[in-house]
Design a protein around this ligand. Structure first.
Ligand code: NAI
Ligand code: MG
Length: 358
């Protein structure tokens, strides 16, 4: 019997609505697979908690989460609370505190998912973006000099350490080798004459150990253009924190939208728990209406299963999402349907049961 202990931070807005569906799907797996058991522990952190306690997460939050196998997160953010508080004191605190230095975002067009690119199909959009998640442009280093004076100056310093750059690039090479795919590094060495020249150097250096892997290197602006014009050229993409953030939103747009975009924050050494979350936010504009698409949250639960070594279940979960997309009977409003969050979640569960018995 394998027991997976999961800490749930459902968070704010649609975060609570979509994680509830992800958990329901996991409970179906528990029921079908006698070798798997989950325990879910809920942490009430987020903006509501902040409004009550003045804290977005407890001071000893990381210690409380430390011994779980994974964190399953919805989204945090509310209009009344500045975003840098929810981002810095919860999300980034967990990502950095647990050294989740790999951010994995699949950009894969599922069958039946809407694609805004004319003439593109599943064969063209199937990549995984490996985003550096611990330093780079989001290291939080800098200064604000002469604040509010006419001569004020701000410095936002990117931090690219050899350790940090090498480990993310190596992770991506390993992934490309394992999956027999090409690797593409995305950087900007022509303009960022320290950080990105360094990045390119490390990419080439580590690449010497992976001569079996086809290697490409793109400038980020060109990569953005090719994500739209010719996404088929990308398989495994490795890039910095900021570039990865931006490119994966573009990736989400070409692969069905925010309702389908999943992400994992991984500590590969398993020294700390990894965290799985849809990449969308709390969507205050639709929160509380039960119309959010839970597919991204369910897909990130599938990423969690893959991380646990349950690839078989992860694949089945994605197949179930695909079946619901191709059937087109139970779709949420972002896919021009009328189904509620719960109805979509339940339909995915129903399809998962069918796939299991085939
Ligand atoms: P958002 O992702 O919450 O929403 C952007 C647009 O996409 C909205 O129109 C929303 O209705 C739609 N949308 C998002 N997810 C959807 C889903 N599952 N189904 C259907 N429609 C969906 O981004 P926004 O509006 O920029 O941010 C709202 C709040 O969320 C902010 O406070 C922000 O800081 C926070 N946020 C939190 C994140 C996290 O916790 N990881 C990530 C991104 C934003
Ligand atoms: Mg983002």
């Amino acid at each position: 019997m394998k027991e997976y202990n999961i800490a749930v931070i459902a968070g704010d807005g649609i975060g609570t609505e979509v994680t509830a569906e992800g958990i329901k799907v996991l409970k179906i797996i528990e029921e079908l697979d006698k070798d798997i058991q989950f325990s879910f522990t809920y942490f009430p952190w987020g903006c509501e908690y902040y409004k009550k306690t003045g804290k977005i997460m407890d001071d000893d939050g990381l210690e409380k989460l430390r011994n779980y196998d994974a964190v399953y997160l919805g989204a945090v953010g509310a209009p009344e609370v500045p975003d840098y508080i929810s981002l810095r004191d919860l999300l980034i605190k967990i990502r950095q505190g647990f050294d989740q230095y790999v951010n994995l975002r699949p950009v894969k067009l599922l069958r039946g998912a809407p694609c805004p690119l004319i003439g593109k199909s599943q064969a063209d959009i199937d990549m995984i973006v490996v985003r550096e998640n611990s330093e780079g442009e989001y290291a939080g280093a800098g200064d604000w000099l002469y604040k509010d004076k006419p001569e004020e100056v701000v410095l936002q310093t990117s931090v690219f350490s050899r350790k940090g750059t090498e480990r993310i690039i190596r992770y991506a090479y390993e992934l490309a080798r394992r999956e027999h795919k090409s690797i593409t590094s995305v950087s900007k060495g022509n303009a960022l004459n320290y950080s990105m020249v360094f990045w390119d150097k490390i990419f080439a250096e580590v690449g010497k150990e992976y001569t079996d892997v086809k290697q490409y290197s793109y400038l980020v602006d060109a990569a953005a253009m090719f994500f739209v014009k010719d996404p088929a050229r990308f398989e495994v993409v490795v890039t910095s924190n900021l570039f990865g953030d931006i490119l994966t939103d573009l990736g989400a747009a070409i692969a069905g939208g925010m309702g389908l975009a999943a992400g994992a924050n991984i500590n590969p050494e398993k020294e700390y728990p990894s965290m799985f979350e849809p990449i969308h936010g709390s969507a205050p504009d639709i929160a509380g209406k039960s119309i959010a698409n839970p597919m991204a949250a369910i897909w990130s639960a599938a990423q969690m299963m893959e991380f646990f070594g349950e690839k078989k279940w992860s694949n089945k979960m994605i197949m179930a999402i695909e079946k619901v997309l191709t059937d087109k009977k139970v779709l949420s409003i972002d896919f021009a349907g009328t189904a509620t969050t719960k109805e979509v979640g339940e339909e995915i569960g129903k399809q998962l049961r069918k796939i299991y018995t085939i």
